[in-house]
Design a protein around this ligand. Structure first.
Ligand SMILES: *Cc1c(COP(=O)(O)O)cnc(C)c1O
Length: 387
């Protein structure tokens, strides 16, 4: 039987949590209207702006990443508004559902799962919209279900040229993993969640709002109460919250943001890049096919095809033998791929360990030679050493 409490989370959220952050979580709560708590909110708000590379307001909501995306949509748009939704995976699909649920008119731009969205398609539709009827472009930066990263920089430049449309972007598995310069790219609304790159447990989500996004809130007529962002903005002026926040998660957030600042953005991005390269190249050395287009690999998750092997059985074996939790495929990909999360509090050792576990399992199945198993680790090490 496996030793207890040594689970290694290699899924795209919840991600591993550092000891310091766990300790912050276990503190006794304090009053959320106290000066002490206001100081904490002041600190986390400033550091959230640092992480987002923005002067915009970054609001903290109690809820998972979906709450932040929904908030972005319902605070800036009105019933019947025309929006473009980029869809090339499970999360893209979710934002189409949310948009339709709120009575928006959706123009879908899609591409096959595992391939990136084509920025030129956004350009074309935005350019053709002479009457400026398109009010927003909703899309996912890093599509966690497939391990693809979409070219947000180019797409957002086309959105800016349109002038009217807002960008509403799911950056849940890109923020804190790769460069998402909110001000430089002039992103209007950026959503993320605590259990991903932030290294804290699930329960908080974050939303960055540009001046243009705030202006749009004045016209929006979709129903909202708990997620009315104007209340959050007003409270933030006094470093407060409209409702009782998840006090202990804010303790944790303060610690994790300080850790991130200490590491520095460049180092964080480089670490994720190295892990992506180590993981994807090791997979290829093991004769496994990457599910996503190799030019657009997400920094935080690698999706790997298993061919004739049942990916669910494969995952189960790795969990039982090594206590490493991998993610499965979703929908039609269930049983066909597994996904390795390397997002947040992940170090080189975690990468080497998961590659070794995958190698050993393939070896036992007779799919690779001992030489290949060794080579995969050597190749991964090479990428881990680069800087
Ligand atoms: C995890 C995730 C979300 C948020 O999902 P929740 O379950 O609401 O936290 C949104 N988008 C992407 C791409 C994600 O990976």
């Amino acid at each position: 039987m496996a030793i207890q409490q040594k689970l290694s989370l290699m899924i795209p959220g919840p991600t591993p949590v550092p000891e310091k952050v766990l300790q912050a979580l276990s503190k006794h709560p304090i009053g959320h209207r106290s000066k002490e708590f206001q100081d904490l909110v002041e600190s986390t708000s400033k550091n959230l702006q640092w992480l987002h590379q923005t002067q915009n307001d970054v609001l903290t909501i109690t809820g998972s990443g979906t709450a932040a995306m929904e908030a972005g949509i319902i605070n800036t748009l009105s019933k019947g508004d025309k929006v473009i939704c980029g869809e090339n995976g499970k999360f893209g699909e979710r934002w189409v559902k949310v948009a339709k649920e709120f009575g928006l008119e959706v123009i879908k731009i899609d591409s096959a799962w595992g391939t990136p969205l084509n920025p030129e398609e956004f350009k074309k539709i935005l350019e053709e919209d002479q009457k400026k009827e398109i009010k927003a472009v909703i899309l996912t930066h890093s599509e966690t279900s497939t391990g693809i990263i979409n070219d947000l920089e180019t797409i957002s430049s086309y959105i800016r040229e349109h002038k009217t449309a807002l960008s509403i972007v799911d950056c849940v598995t890109s923020l804190g993993a790769c460069n998402v310069p909110v001000d430089k790219w002039q992103l209007d609304i950026v959503a993320s969640g605590s259990q991903k790159g932030y290294m804290i447990p699930p329960g908080l989500s974050f939303i960055s709002m540009s001046q243009k996004a705030w202006e749009a809130t004045e016209k929006s007529n979709l129903p909202k109460f708990y997620l009315n962002l104007k209340s959050y903005k007003k409270s933030l002026l006094s470093n407060s919250n409209p409702y009782t926040p998840a006090v202990n998660l804010i303790f944790a957030l303060d610690e994790s943001l300080k850790m991130m600042k200490e590491e520095g953005l460049e180092s964080i991005f480089l670490r994720h890049k190295k892990h992506k390269l180590a993981m994807s190249n090791a997979a290829k050395a093991l004769n496994l096919k990457l599910f996503a287009n190799e030019k657009y690999l997400s920094p935080s998750i690698t999706a790997i095809e298993t061919g004739e092997i049942d990916a669910e059985e494969f995952r189960k074996t790795i969990k039982n033998k090594f206590d490493i939790l991998l993610a499965g495929g979703q929908d039609h990909l269930k049983g066909k791929i597994f996904r390795v999360g390397h997002l947040g509090y992940v170090n080189d050792r975690d990468i080497i360990t998961v590659i070794s576990a995958i190698s050993k399992t393939l070896l036992d199945l007779g799919k690779i030679t001992t030489q290949q198993a060794g080579e995969a680790v050597v190749i991964a090490s090479k990428y881990l050493e680069e800087n």
